[in-house]
Design a protein around this ligand. Structure first.
Ligand SMILES: [Zn+2]
Length: 435
């Protein structure tokens, strides 16, 4: 079996890993590179479509045999973003969960990032093995900052390997990491693992984030703005719990409410399980009439959820009257509706709960500057979406793979140091390893 890491071998993000067994070839993720900071100008440089698209034989309609499939581990752009700028060959099925497809389409329908997913999508489900070409894959739910993220046990030619996707053990789904450790995967020939945090042995957990934000909310007379991803359900769930415990309202936009409701209904439909996340029916949650809310409310595919959401909608007058008792998640561009409609920011604070690297990006910088220029103190409170190295070591110790390929990392040498040079095979982008 030949493993080629087209992208993500030497950097964080952009994962694109090809597996080949005989004539059969599949891709694990097809990610876009993350934006980079130009050290000269200190400005953010976004990858161009030409830089995102990879010319892998059989990926596009190029006259060669189509790939047998692309398997997406989770709906973060650095794992699926390659699908967006140029549609892949429709003869190549793209495997993801129903929730991932819905969320990718939802984000594409918010105008500022308007992007349409054009692909032959097939769905896989947690724990249910499926076959792509010569490969049998079994998806295992992992703890990550995406709503759903999966690792795969992959079997072919009598060999067994694991691709972790992105994972951690310190989030709200830490039980998933534990279950993955407890799962008997048999003897493993190869582990392809992410190593984003390979230079940090440990760090804060989501539980600590909750406690830190709670200490900022307690006794405060003013809005607590929290800059976070609208799909970071661990943070949104923590904010909901804090709001409820401290007699506050969590005021989200229609996009966040939509993410919560889409996930709840898909998980309920697929497994009969009621997800423990906030949503419609929680009296302490209000929906703001932001531009994203209005845009999504006009889409016929969301009419049913919007009809149910109606009782949670509040006017800007209500927001101004109650601003001392609100917790409001914000993102880039949110400063426009805050500035236009709320105005009074007395007593407010800003919590920054995202990856530090984003702060350099122009759009993030502008949003942070808005709050700063209005006198809001800023508190960085964040748990990484990725496993600290102690958790990577725990996984390796538990699964005892014969060989290891680190990906999604700037510190492959830490793997060689921790697990031995004979066992660890760091690659360059485009490089291959034969198992
Ligand atoms: Zn991710």
């Amino acid at each position: 079996m030949k493993i080629t890491v087209h992208r993500g071998a030497e950097e964080i993000g952009g994962n694109t890993i090809e597996l080949q067994s005989g004539e059969s070839r599949i891709l694990l993720d097809y990610g876009a590179p993350l934006p980079k900071i130009d050290p000269e100008t200190n400005k953010t440089v976004y990858p161009t479509p030409e830089q995102i698209v990879l010319n892998i034989p059989g990926l596009y309609e190029d006259g060669t045999k189509p790939l047998d499939g692309i398997v997406i581990s989770h709906n973060h752009g650095d794992h699926f973003g390659g699908l967006i700028p140029k549609p892949v060959n429709p003869a190549v099925p793209v495997y993801m969960t129903a929730a991932m497809e819905e969320l990718i389409r939802l984000v594409g329908r918010i105008p500022r990032d308007a992007t349409e997913l054009k692909a032959t999508v097939k769905h896989y489900r947690k724990g249910v093995p499926f076959t792509v070409g010569a490969f049998k894959l079994t998806p295992y739910l992992m703890d990550h900052s995406a709503p759903e993220a999966f690792a795969f046990l992959i079997e072919a030619e009598g060999k067994r390997l694991v691709y972790t996707g992105d994972y951690r053990k310190h989030g709200n789904k830490r039980a998933a990491f534990q279950q993955f450790l407890e799962a008997d995967l048999g003897p493993l020939d190869l582990l392809i693992t992410e190593g984003t945090q390979a230079a940090n042995l440990s760090g804060p957990s989501e539980h600590q984030v909750l406690r830190d934000i709670e200490s900022l909310v307690s006794g405060r007379e003013g809005t607590v703005y929290v800059m976070c991803s609208g799909q970071d359900l661990d943070v949104i769930t923590s904010l909901s719990e804090i709001a409820q415990a401290h007699g506050r309202w969590l005021a989200v936009d229609g996009y966040i409410m939509m993410v919560l409701e889409i996930l709840k209904s898909l998980v309920r439909r697929e497994s009969g399980v009621e997800l423990q996340i906030p949503g419609i029916g929680d009296a302490h949650i209000k929906v703001l009439e932001t531009p994203a809310t209005l845009k999504l409310s006009r889409r016929p595919e969301y009419a049913e959820i919007f009809a149910r959401m109606k009782t949670h909608l509040v006017t800007w007058d209500w927001v101004r009257e109650n601003h001392k008792k609100l917790i409001i998640p914000v993102r880039t561009w949110s400063q426009y509706w805050v500035g236009d409609n709320i105005r009074d920011l007395a007593g407010a604070v800003l919590v920054y709960s995202m990856w530090d690297g984003y702060k350099e990006e122009v759009s993030f910088h502008d949003t942070l500057e808005f709050f700063k220029s209005r006198g809001l103190p800023e508190f960085p409170v964040h748990a990484s979406g990725h496993a600290y190295f102690s958790a990577v070591m725990e996984l390796v110790e538990n699964k005892k793979p014969r060989h290891i390929i680190p990906v999604h990392t700037e510190h492959p040498e830490n793997f060689a140091w921790a697990f031995g040079r004979d066992r660890v095979h760091p690659l360059k982008n485009g490089g291959s390893y034969t198992l």
